[in-house]
Design a protein around this ligand. Sequence first.
Ligand code: SF4
Length: 232
Amino acid sequence: MYLREIGVHTPVSLLTFEAEKSKDDKHADMVIDSETPALQVAPAPFKTLEDLARDASTCRLCSLADTRNQVVFGVGNPQADLMFIGEAPGQEEDLKGEPFIGRAGQLLDRMLHALKLDREKVYIMNTIKCRPPNNRDPRPDEVQACSLWFDQQLDMVQPKMICLLGRVAAQTILQTDAPLGSLRGRWHDYQGIPVWVTYHPAYLLRSPRQKEKSWQDMRQLQRRFQALISSE
Ligand code: SF4
């Protein structure tokens, strides 16, 4: 569940900032204080995605900060009309600090190319910014903590359309336990933004027979995206 949905006064997120910061540290580190009954200090207003990425790079809001190498914030066009969201960074992403690299990333690039798109035209990010150990699924508390960054990224980019990559991203964003098969092939809504669901590229590498279905998904996404863009 995301911060904007639960509201800052709901005693669920419980964010506090370390009180003592040096003068040079304009962005306070953040920690979860499970004993604190309410959100105590709101994060400073962030001006740009770059500012937000800089602040997120030192985030310690959840325990994944202990095992990550790098926060993997997101890449692409800050004004992208189309946003792709995966579940979490993997090993290579964790090492390089960029989402969707390696073989899965190359496959995503080919999928984008087929849509006459590339990483400069879309925005790519994950539901959480740090790699879970052994690539396990993100836990709800981690997703909730990371919504501080996720929500602001979404607000800043303001995509006109979102494509969720894989079961975990789809179930997390759409808040459902429905299997991927039942989420594909129909449009969803996330805060007024049309949402499409397809396979994660890493899954397609393991299950290449699903690539044909993936291609059909992408064609449908492309059709609606083009219609949306050309109607403006
Ligand atoms: S996963 Fe998100 S909330 Fe957790 S430490 Fe990383 S950036 Fe912070």
